[in-house]
Write a protein that binds this ligand. Structure first.
Ligand code: PLP
Length: 391
């Protein structure tokens, strides 16, 4: 038996992919499965974006691009950030990445080692903790509490920072809760970070377009006092229904840019050239389809929250962002993971148990409402029947 280095024993996974595999397996056996598990838009990538990729291939975009991405795309990202948030970003700070995940991977690699603490949201995207453990750093969960509207608490976050802390991971709008951290709380957090100049911040803003009820996104790059230590993670996956294209971007401060460029040269050389031209069309072309997707998510959000609150023993706070509902299921008497497993196997509804997102996830399940309203309604009916029969 070959032995690999010990860090590979510590690497984690994203259970949403395991649930997707199980749901696909059951569907292949003829079961009618409604998938509210995986977090990806159920829409197709808008046609003009697909056409731009096809055209780029026809025009000969067949070779390597610069490791940091093609300049017009980096310029378009900088222009987009300026237009939406008024922040000034140079294209030389923007790097095109093969999705959002590689930015978290690289950021954590740059700061994580034994003896170091990295703070991350709990519940939160499971890859944060997985990567922190991989590097040998100590993962320090920042509690994201229902009673706080699933927002970061500046006070609690700051209280966890010590001289060992090198990186703080933020995520708003958030997966899995749909929580949005209010500007006043981010202001307080940024003010408190003045005491900790060695702490870098990786701000995962992949859901920044998905906001409801008039919420406004706060881009962390808009704080000049910490601008030189903010890494921005964003991309096309969620906004333009492009999860399979593997296209994202990062804004890296100072020497982190060159670190990331060298990692890219060592790892993937560059992002798929045609996908980069698609990303350019997405940012510079019409936004109506992307906006229509958000409007549709908003309609479904109301259906799912309303339906969940009618289920016995379930209460669901109204999420303000992303496309997830994160109901509290403690009143059902079920533990979250057995409930998720039974809902899939017995009721044919795929959801994710809260513990897959952290230790504070017990008592919750995550439903992605990136599925048709019809399927959401059917799933809620199945859940109602299941909970009535299996008290
Ligand atoms: N960050 C968060 C919070 C996510 O939920 C996801 C995907 O689910 C990602 C990053 C990864 O995005 P990508 O598919 O572009 O790697």
């Amino acid at each position: 038996m070959l032995e690999t280095v010990a860090s590979f024993d510590r690497i984690g996974e994203e259970n949403a992919f395991a649930v997707l595999a199980r749901a696909t397996e059951l569907a292949a056996k003829g079961r009618d499965i409604i998938n509210l598990g995986i977090g990806q838009p159920d829409f197709r990538t808008p046609g003009h974006i697909v056409e731009a990729a096809v055209q780029a291939l026809r025009d000969g975009a067949h070779g390597y691009t610069p490791a940091v991405g093609i300049l017009p795309l980096r310029e378009a990202v900088a222009a987009d950030l300026h237009a939406r948030y008024g922040v000034t970003v140079s294209p030389t700070e923007v790097m095109i990445m093969p999705g959002g995940k590689p930015t978290m991977f690289m950021s954590i690699l740059m700061f994580g080692e034994p003896g170091i603490d990295i703070l991350y949201p709990d519940p939160g995207f499971p890859i944060y903790r997985s990567m922190i453990e991989f590097t040998g750093a100590r993962p320090i969960p920042v509690p994201i509490r229902e009673e706080n509207g699933f927002a970061f608490s500046a006070e609690e976050t700051l209280s966890l920072i010590t001289p060992r802390t090198r990186l703080l991971i933020l995520n708003s709008p958030a997966n899995p809760t749909g929580g949005v951290t209010p500007k006043a709380e981010i202001d307080k957090l940024v003010a408190g970070l003045a005491k900790w100049p060695k702490v870098a911040v990786m701000s995962d803003e992949i859901y920044d377009h998905m906001l409801y009820d008039g919420e406004k996104h706060v881009c962390l790059l808009s704080y000049p006092e910490i601008r030189d230590r903010v890494i921005l993670l964003n991309g096309w996956s969620k906004t333009y229904a492009m999860t399979g294209w593997r296209l994202g971007y990062a804004v890296w401060p100072g020497k982190l840019y060159d670190n990331a460029r060298k990692l890219a040269v060592n790892l993937h050389s560059c992002v798929n050239a045609a996908a980069q031209f698609a990303g350019l069309a997405a940012l510079t072309g019409p936004q109506d389809e992307a906006e229509a997707m958000v409007a549709e998510f908003d309609r479904r959000r109301k259906v799912v929250v309303d339906g969940l609150n009618r289920l016995p023993g379930v209460s669901c706070a109204t999420p303000k962002g992303a496309f997830y509902a994160y109901p509290n299921i403690t009143g059902t008497g079920w533990k979250a993971k057995p409930l998720a497993a039974a809902l899939l196997d017995e009721a044919g509804v795929a959801v994710i148990g809260g513990p897959d997102f952290g230790v504070l996830g017990e008592g919750y399940i995550r439903l992605s409402y990136a599925n048709s309203t019809e399927n959401i309604v059917r799933a809620l009916e199945r859940m109602a029947t299941f909970l009535a029969e299996r008290k």
